[in-house]
Write a protein that binds this ligand. Structure first.
Ligand code: SF4
Length: 362
């Protein structure tokens, strides 16, 4: 093997090689057929949440519902959250909505056309600003996402922990130098990310058919699986939710989650959180008025247990269905409101709640 690990040489050839590779290997994706900054921004926000195969139908649904930024700005937040349902990180969906409104109200409906101006928008960080500025406006500014960290760390043998500020500076500076040699900044940015997504993958990169094999420090030193270096994630926190699902004449009682916590502005049922799993109503320490209501209602004999894994939390939930007669309706805890099943279907809800509804009433 002709070992050519000279960083200067790699810097010189990388952009043209990747642009050529991209020309032959790129996937045909709907957001690659547009230079509309709104649609590019939308696709990038969706793809921060999920893989391309899962993100594509979301993108298509959003574009069908809101073809322009003005359409999104006019929508109500609940409809938008419903379309977003299943992607998680709901604060990003709310930022999407607020940014659409900002663009419509303060920028005459036109997205800012430079990286610097884009960065000033709510919810648009360095990565998204670089993606929109380069893909839509051709600005020569490098994107640095997880794919780019991986490709550059392996190619150049950089073993700094990519969660540190020092490493972020190293990679940003290298990426900025590399894009200077690109024929077209938009193509180069797409190319390096696509290369990371389908060639230089996290597990089992396709090194044997890689056009950069001879220049790749990781390949030449057998360190593909050890690069990039990333500090271990903080441990997952376990949370235990006991839900009381009050039902009356086919209607269910739900409330909007307003606290600064997971699932803000989504709807769920009366919730008691506990430090340990509590599987029976009897062992649940409910406040007085609620425990009285539970005793007078007719509780189902079974408990439905479901769980959901979020990025840093594991939710284990126990659902208790309780039928309330009309005479107790006035004692419903504050914040809860009655919804018909059709209305419940329309509300934005966490996936955990949707799964419960599908299982119990679907
Ligand atoms: S040789 Fe392997 S590790 Fe190196 S850039 Fe190519 S695919 Fe990635």
């Amino acid at each position: 093997m002709n070992w050519q690990s000279d960083a200067n040489v790699t810097e010189t050839i990388l952009a043209p090689v990747l642009e050529g590779w991209y020309d032959h290997h790129k996937r045909d994706l709907p957001w690659r057929h547009t230079r509309d900054p709104y649609r590019i921004w939308l696709s990038e926000v969706i793809l921060q949440q999920t893989r391309v195969a899962q993100g594509k139908p979301y993108y298509e649904r959003f574009v069908a519902a809101y073809p322009t930024v003005a359409d999104m700005a006019r929508s109500d937040e609940q409809s938008l959250l419903r379309l977003w349902q299943g992607l998680g990180y709901y604060s990003r969906a709310r930022n999407l909505h607020q940014t659409a409104r900002y663009v419509t109200e303060h920028c005459a409906g036109k997205f800012p056309d430079t990286y610097r101006e884009l960065l000033k928008m709510k919810g648009i960080g360095a990565y998204t600003a670089a993606a929109v500025a380069s893909f839509a406006f051709g600005e020569r500014v490098a994107v640095v996402d997880g794919n780019v960290y991986r490709v550059l760390a392996r190619l150049f043998g950089i073993d700094q922990d990519i969660t540190t500020t020092a490493a972020k500076k190293t990679f940003a500076a290298l990426a900025a130098r590399l894009i200077e040699r690109a024929n077209d900044p938009a193509t180069y940015n797409q190319a390096v990310m696509e290369f990371g997504a389908i060639q230089c993958t996290p597990v089992s990169p396709d090194c044997l058919l890689c056009p950069l094999q001879q220049h790749c420090v990781a390949y030449q030193t057998g360190r593909q699986s050890r690069l990039p270096v990333k500090a271990k994630k903080s441990p997952v926190r376990d949370r235990y939710y006991s839900y009381l699902v009050f039902r009356n004449n086919g209607r269910l009682a739900l409330r909007e989650r307003t606290a600064r916590d997971i699932w803000q502005n989504l709807f769920d049922f009366y919730l008691q959180e506990t430090d340990e799993p509590v599987t029976t109503l009897r062992d649940l320490a409910l406040p007085d008025p609620v425990s009285g209501l539970v005793q007078q209602g007719a509780s189902a004999a079974y408990v439905v247990e479901l769980s959901q894994l979020l990025s840093h939390q594991r939710i284990r939930a126990f659902f208790h269905l309780i039928d309330l007669p009309d005479r107790l309706l006035e004692q419903l805890p504050t914040g809860l409101n009655w919804y018909s099943m059709d209305q419940v279907n329309e509300l934005p809800k966490p996936v955990l709640i949707s799964n419960y509804l599908a299982r119990e009433f679907g």
